[in-house]
Design a protein around this ligand. Sequence first.
Ligand code: G3P
Length: 218
Amino acid sequence: MKFFIDTANLDQIREANALGVLDGVTTNPSLMAKEGIKGTENQRQHYIDICNIVDGDVSAEVIATDYEGMIKEGEELAALNPHIVVKVPCTADGIKAIKYFTSKGIRTNCTLVFSAGQALLAAKAGATYVSPFVGRLDDICSNGVDLIAQIVVIYRNYGFKTQVLAASIRHTQHIIQCAEVGADVVTCPLSAIKGLLKHPLTDNGLATFLADYKRVNG
Ligand code: G3P
């Protein structure tokens, strides 16, 4: 399972990368706005800064919603760095744009996916990744992990190469649940990744080891 961090915050990306288990980064317009990255030039430099931290795929989302605009913007984003993956919303123009990018060898991440039907279209268009939003489905009393499981089965049935990138991960248990159903990637807040480390028996056991050592060895 690949671990991506879902943020545009460079400090968090550096911290996650230092853990040694980071495989990539996903951003979106809201995450970029949260960091106060204003203007196309600054946004594109920020993507390059992220690519210079992580040796892995970095999703950069287009703002354009029309096919022609997506193509223009996506080609500019892809040209920034070999690690850039062009993130495109799952709309009619988005699927058409993904098909075009696939024909040009530009890797894509189809985002804002909430159904198996959308995921099927993303795979048929040749998306590199599909991003079903687990947390936002849970927020409306649907089951986001069930969607991940459904997409994994469909992709396996037909040998689609599109990778299932579970997004909108809200906590550590989402990571485990997505791993249990075979997601290829999870993109998470740093807190969810760090939560995998936590167990009181580990802390207590280490404390006992050290105390016993100190008792004998001083
Ligand atoms: O990559 C998509 C992710 O950022 C959405 O997460 O928590 O806003 O649903 P959230």
